[in-house]
Design a protein around this ligand. Structure first.
Ligand SMILES: [Zn+2]
Ligand SMILES: [Zn+2]
Length: 146
């Protein structure tokens, strides 16, 4: 899977043979900050091992330290310093992993789960087959009731 920012200064290549092999990968996030970064009503993210991600033009990346996080641990939100395209988020909470922002890729895997489902717009439907987490997503986190 490969994509680039709006201006082309940054290219991201994901080396993972299991992206389109039938398993769901990645998640939608309805949290306020993902929405702001996405410029839309949810973010499309993929948490993945940093070693599988190859970034060309990394000098063009800049970051905003997001301190308004649920865990309280600051998260670096990285974007292209020329065109502002969101590329990835990095947090010490997830060692060795990055959260890729999937908007730059032509084709992305079917998401596995949705996070912050309580903040979904009233007119948005849950994505069929997606695990629905009330707030933070992932194993052991609280599912959305009802
Ligand atoms: Zn750019
Ligand atoms: Zn989020």
């Amino acid at each position: 899977m490969e994509g680039h920012c709006l201006c082309g200064a940054i290219t991201v290549k994901v080396n993972d043979s299991d992206l389109f092999s039938g398993h769901r990968r990645g998640h939608l996030c309805h949290c306020r900050n993902c929405r702001r970064v996405a410029g839309g009503v949810f973010g499309t993210n993929l948490t993945i091992e940093a070693e599988k991600v190859e970034i060309t033009g990394e000098d063009n990346l800049t970051k905003f330290m997001d301190r308004d996080t649920t865990s309280g641990t600051p998260m670096a939100r990285c974007f292209c310093k020329h065109c502002g395209t969101p590329i990835q988020s990095v947090t010490p909470v997830m060692k060795g992993k990055v959260v890729l922002k999937l908007g730059i890729f032509e084709k992305v895997p079917i998401p596995e789960w949705e996070a912050f489902a309580v903040r979904r717009q009233s007119w948005e439907k849950p994505l069929e087959g997606c695990i629905q987490y009330e707030l933070l997503g992932g194993p052991g986190k609280k599912l959305l009731e009802g």
